[in-house]
Design a protein around this ligand. Structure first.
Ligand code: COA
Length: 169
């Protein structure tokens, strides 16, 4: 059985992520969407919230499951005996960082390949922080996040924004 892991912060999941996950699900027997830790980032959603949001978007993908892990991605991939780490590549600016991660992961666990899927042209500019910023100011994010999670994301980010605003006053 060929298992792939799609790792990320998913803070929150966007249509860009979902596109990569859906395409990976066609290439592998099983896909694990892994909510992992990027120590350079402070997240707005808890790991549990991020998992729940992803779960709400993948109900039509029977070979996809969601998990979370606080350790090294390579250790998780080894533990699950996955053969691939799947990531989306948005632009050349992503390449250097992704290349470094892919080499490091390969060094830590040689049993899996990192596979890059090119992001759809319409998602090239998309990022989770862009979504957070637009939603926290009450902007329309319906083009950027799956419809199923539009309301909870808007509610959560708007609340955070109001709390921050009150803190400053
Ligand atoms: N479409 C649109 N946007 C996308 C996208 C796609 N297909 N793929 C990624 N993005 C966005 C993400 O939303 C993210 O946006 P943000 O910077 O505003 O949060 C940005 O592109 C970067 O995504 P990514 O490169 O996947 O970074 P990440 O922070 O989401 O995930 C981890 C990085 C968690 C996978 C990585 O830090 C990791 O593996 N951590 C585990 C610990 C570990 O093993 N570290 C050593 C690794 S060698």
């Amino acid at each position: 059985m060929k298992i792939a892991v799609c790792p990320g912060s998913f803070d929150p999941i966007t249509k860009g992520h979902l596109d990569i996950i859906t395409r990976a699900a066609k290439l592998f027997d099983a896909v694990i969407v892994l909510v992992s830790v990027n120590y350079d980032k402070k997240t707005s959603f808890t790991a549990e919230e991020r998992c729940d949001l992803i779960k709400a978007c993948i109900t039509n993908l029977p070979n996809v499951q969601v998990d979370r892990f606080d350790g090294l991605l390579a250790d998780y991939v080894r533990e699950k005996q996955a053969c691939a780490i799947v990531k989306g590549l948005r632009a050349m600016s992503d390449f250097e960082y992704e290349f470094q991660m892919a080499l490091a992961n390969k060094k830590l666990y040689a049993g899996a390949e990192t596979i890059f899927l090119t992001t759809n042209a319409e998602n090239m500019y998309l990022s989770s922080s862009l979504v957070r910023q637009i939603a926290s100011f009450g902007g329309d994010i319906s083009d950027f996040v799956p419809e199923e999670i539009l309301t909870p994301i808007n509610q959560r980010l708007n609340r955070l924004y109001q709390q921050k605003k009150l803190g400053k006053e």
